[in-house]
Design a protein around this ligand. Structure first.
Ligand SMILES: Nc1ncnc2c1ncn2[C@@H]1O[C@H](COP(=O)(O)OP(=O)(O)O)[C@@H](O)[C@H]1O
Ligand SMILES: [Mg+2]
Length: 465
């Protein structure tokens, strides 16, 4: 492009506009120039024809060549007021009978029109005088006593050339002026046309993290800007959403860290109020360790999620046999489930997927931990797999109270915990499912949940093959 990228749109359009206008002016000007030249020639031709006819007529009124030589004035008078006209009348042998003063140069020889022929434009020839181009007409004439003479009438190009030169200058000035005006108008028009952009700019200037609820009024703005406005607004929607999530995230994090720290502080303060037997200190420290562990887990999980969010986690993908992996996880959870009298059955295909082993185990374990935790005493957990097209699904179903529809849309959010889980603060961090989802996204997969209250809950993990 001929324009610099940073050039303003107004200048750009104004320049293009002025360029286009200039081009139009030049085309029209050239056409007018040509037309004026043609028109001048046409007029000259009509004039030459008229004068030749007049001179033939005057010849008819003269009796002889001798009489013309004696009094040439009536002929010369016919040329008065016609600048640039040259007349010569000569005998057929070439000797001049009469010629007017304006002939500075010998007129070229041209074959004359026969006496009985009326001159027409096609009989007129062009010739080259000193300046520009001239028109010349030759015709036979005769006196009343039938003496033949040659009439040569010419018009120099000086006047036409001058006129055209003046016209050309006027045209150039006009074109420059017109183009300049087009440029100025262009700038004014474009500026006012772009005015709605100013509104966007001033709105955008008002937006800060605290005032993310400002929106552009799309309705009623020029339709080119409606798309921009809509895109801008939906960007604001997304920003507002993430800022809100971020502030909820930090508020929740603060809250969730404060509770265990307060517990630790209180327990320790109470213990320090007086001296106690050694066993009491041991119990306190053991209880403290549990809280420390929870805190450490929370911090580790939060860091994991932050790194997953910023795509800083390098996946170590390998071929995993799903059956073997699930069996391994099952062995780990068997004891826990037995304590709660919950049965775990695994029904896995002998299929393999490409996934990060540690993260795969972590995702399944997080879902299983919840399942064991939420299944009622004597309930069941069923793990199964199924391959369809290019998706390998691991489904983990557990019987139990299920998840209420009011919680369902939120359970994958960070720090989100169902009502009962909130009360038993010790185990729950509300990060388990957020991590499951992050792991699935890292693998290009997805996790879905389906729950029927007071019946069962199923989590489906989709891995792409
Ligand atoms: N199998 C399940 N049955 C019922 N509720 C569940 C189940 N799995 C998860 N939930 C709900 O989802 C919430 C979020 O789960 P999660 O992210 O693992 O956090 P946490 O287990 O630390 O509370 C839980 O607090 C619980 O209310
Ligand atoms: Mg959990």
């Amino acid at each position: 492009m001929i324009f610099k990228d940073t050039m303003s749109i107004a200048t750009r359009i104004a320049l293009l506009f002025a360029g286009a206008t200039g081009l139009i002016f030049i085309t029209v000007g050239a056409y007018l120039y040509q037309a004026l030249g043609d028109e001048l020639d046409r007029r000259t031709d009509t004039e030459l024809i008229g004068k030749v006819t007049l001179i033939r007529h005057l010849l008819k009124e003269s009796t002889s060549v001798a009489e013309i030589e004696r009094s040439p004035n009536s002929f010369l008078d016919a040329l008065i007021g016609h600048k640039g006209l040259s007349l010569r009348i000569n005998r057929p042998n070439g000797s001049v009978i009469l010629q007017n003063m304006s002939i500075k140069k010998v007129l070229p020889q041209i074959s004359p029109l026969p006496l009985d022929q009326q001159p027409e434009s096609k009989d007129i020839r062009s010739y080259k005088p000193d300046i520009g181009s001239g028109r010349i007409l030759g015709a036979m004439g005769a006196t009343s006593d039938s003496e033949p003479v040659q009439i040569v009438l010419a018009r120099e190009g000086t006047e036409k050339t001058e006129l055209l030169q003046n016209f050309q200058q006027t045209l150039i000035v006009g074109i420059l002026l017109g183009t300049g005006l087009a440029m100025i108008f262009g700038i004014i028009i474009v500026r006012s046309g772009l005015h709605p952009l100013e509104a966007i700019i001033s709105k955008a200037n008002d937006i800060t993290a605290q005032h993310l609820n400002t929106r552009l009024i799309v309705h009623g703005s020029p339709h080119e800007l409606q798309k921009l406005g809509t895109a801008f607004n939906s960007m604001l929607d997304r920003l507002e959403d993430s800022v809100q999530r971020l502030s909820r995230f930090s508020a929740d994090l603060a809250h969730d860290l404060r509770t265990p720290i307060n517990t630790l502080m209180m327990q320790t303060q109470v213990a320090l109020t007086r001296s106690r037997p050694q066993e009491e200190y041991q119990t306190l420290l053991a209880s403290n360790i549990e809280e420390y562990e929870r805190l450490a887990r929370m911090i580790e999980n939060t860091l994991f999620l932050a790194r997953a969010d910023n795509a800083q986690l390098a996946l170590n993908r390998e071929n995993l046999n799903v059956k073997t992996e699930l069996q391994r996880i099952h062995d780990y959870f068997e004891g826990l489930a037995e304590d709660k009298d919950v049965s775990i059955t695994i029904n896995a295909e002998d299929a393999s997927i490409k996934a990060d082993r540690v993260l795969f185990q972590r995702a399944i374990s997080n879902v299983l931990t919840n399942a064991v935790h939420h299944a009622q005493r004597g309930g069941y957990i069923r793990v199964s797999t199924k391959t369809e097209k290019n998706v390998m699904e691991v489904a983990i179903e557990n019987s139990g109270p299920g998840i209420g529809p009011e919680h369902l849309p939120h359970i994958f959010e960070r720090y989100y915990r169902g009502d009962e889980s909130r009360q038993e603060l010790t185990h729950s961090t509300g990060l388990g499912l957020a991590i499951v989802r992050a792991i699935m996204h890292l693998h290009g997969g997805e996790v879905y949940v389906h729950s029927t209250v007071n019946q069962s809950t199923t989590f489906r993990l989709h891995f792409m093959l």
